[in-house]
Design a protein around this ligand. Structure first.
Ligand SMILES: Nc1ncnc2c1ncn2[C@@H]1O[C@H](COP(=O)(O)OP(=O)(O)O)[C@@H](O)[C@H]1O
Ligand SMILES: [Mg+2]
Length: 404
């Protein structure tokens, strides 16, 4: 069929032709934005889920929603090696300057800029060329203690007060929140606590791998009170069908019911995979309707594409020891698995595996859904590991792979 009209869009963050099965979480965001505009308390949102379920797509949708409601927005993506402060400072600066251009009296915007300057001085990092332009001195002592759990709440307060003074509201959207360390997460939580207490017009929406299990003590109980954690998961079969059928029919074509069933079975409803299957099946079909046979014929091609684009990029960043650890997990199946069972598979003592486990978590390859358990962050990664390393030989050197 005509490739140019192919509606499917596999790819990180690519907006799908049909955003299926996400009405409830979008509604939750709408209520959050609406209530904060009306100065009513509401829990911030932290969407968590595995890779490829559509978190980034949702975050982008929510940014658009916030803007349509009149919010000023900041959308950032956390990285393994970039601090929260460095990530946010330039965006907060831009925001304060936008607020400065809005009509309105008062000096809270200037104060916001002074506090931001103090904050940047306090963290003593190079935020690139943060050129302030305005002749404003940093407000000493405002947000420069060097303790992020104190400074970030103070900074958010002054930004939110500046916004309030100009009749504006701010939405901060952060992707890949799992890359923040516990101090940064706890500072964010404390900052949002201040926003709620003072009912200031600043909301936070985050997305990432599950983080709650990694928080401890006070941060955890605050987080549970201040945030709701909608779980973004695979789509149930009716939504998977809709995600595939609606775009095909909208393009004036058709797909058979048994073809849809097969795609659901192959993808388990994971959004990234179903975009890829939809895309390849469309291209492979000579004419409508897309049949079961077409789906079956594309399976090898789709698997190869997923291996190359979705799985392989993550695999290539691993050391041989890390690969071996993941291969042992794969030997046990989809998971989650007890750390002790993985150690047994490797014929190693559990205590010696601490460092490799920690580096895999840092790289976002695995996470701990509950104490003592490990799970893959990428759906169907166990199957990929068995494909790329067909033989599991604990202790042996790692090399080769199906597509090498
Ligand atoms: N609700 C949905 N229905 C159909 N496809 C979706 C849906 N959400 C996301 N996708 C598709 O899934 C893929 C991955 O989305 P992305 O937002 O990058 O996931 P994540 O951020 O969770 O890793 C994209 O190709 C996107 O088009
Ligand atoms: Mg993403």
């Amino acid at each position: 069929m005509d490739r140019i009209r192919n509606p499917f869009s596999p790819g990180a963050g690519s907006p799908p032709p049909e955003l299926a099965g996400r009405d409830a979480v979008m509604e939750q965001a709408k209520v959050l934005f609406g209530r904060v505009l009306a100065r009513r308390p509401e829990k911030s949102l932290l969407m968590t889920g595995l890779r490829g379920v559509g978190k980034t797509v949702l975050l982008n949708e929510m940014e658009r929603m916030a803007q349509a409601l009149g919010y000023r927005t900041i959308l950032v993506e956390a990285h393994e090696n970039k601090s929260l402060a460095v990530l946010l400072a330039p965006h907060l600066r831009r925001l304060l300057f936008e607020l400065d251009r809005l009509a309105g009296a008062g000096n809270k915007v200037r104060r916001g800029i002074a506090v931001l300057k103090s904050f940047i001085g306090g963290i003593r990092v190079n935020v690139g060329d943060v050129e302030f332009g305005l002749d404003i001195e940093p407000e000493r002592g405002a947000a420069d203690s060097g303790d992020l759990e104190v400074d970030l709440p103070n900074l958010f307060m002054s930004v939110a007060e500046a916004a309030e003074e100009r009749g504006a509201a701010v939405a901060i959207l952060i992707d890949e929140i799992q890359y923040f360390n516990t101090t940064e997460l706890s500072a964010l939580i404390m900052a949002m606590h201040k926003m709620q207490q003072r009912q200031l017009p600043l909301v936070l929406v985050g997305a990432g791998l599950p983080i709650l299990p990694g928080l401890a003590g006070e941060s955890k109980s605050y987080a549970e009170r201040l945030f709701s954690f909608p779980d973004v998961g695979p789509l149930p079969e009716p939504d998977t069908d809709k995600a595939l059928r609606d775009p095909i029919e909208e393009a004036g074509e058709a797909i058979d019911a048994d073809a849809l069933q097969a795609i659901f079975r192959l993808t388990r409803g994971y959004p990234y995979f179903l975009q890829e299957w939809g895309y390849q099946a469309w291209n492979h079909a000579a004419a409508s309707p897309i049949s079961l046979q077409i789906v079956n014929e594309t399976t090898d091609q789709v698997t190869r594409r997923l291996d190359e684009n979705f799985f392989r990029v993550r695999f290539d960043r691993l050391t041989p020891r890390e690969k071996q650890y993941l291969r042992a997990m794969a030997e046990l199946g989809a998971g989650p698995h007890r750390s002790s069972d993985i150690a047994d598979k490797l014929g190693a003592k559990i205590t010696t595996l601490g460092p490799v486990r920690a580096s895999l978590i840092k790289k976002g390859m695995v996470y701990s859904p509950s104490h003592g358990d490990m799970a893959f962050t990428v759906p169907l990664f166990d199957e990929f590991m068995r494909r790329v390393m067909p033989v599991f030989a604990p202790g042996a050197r790692v090399s080769g792979g199906v597509h090498d």
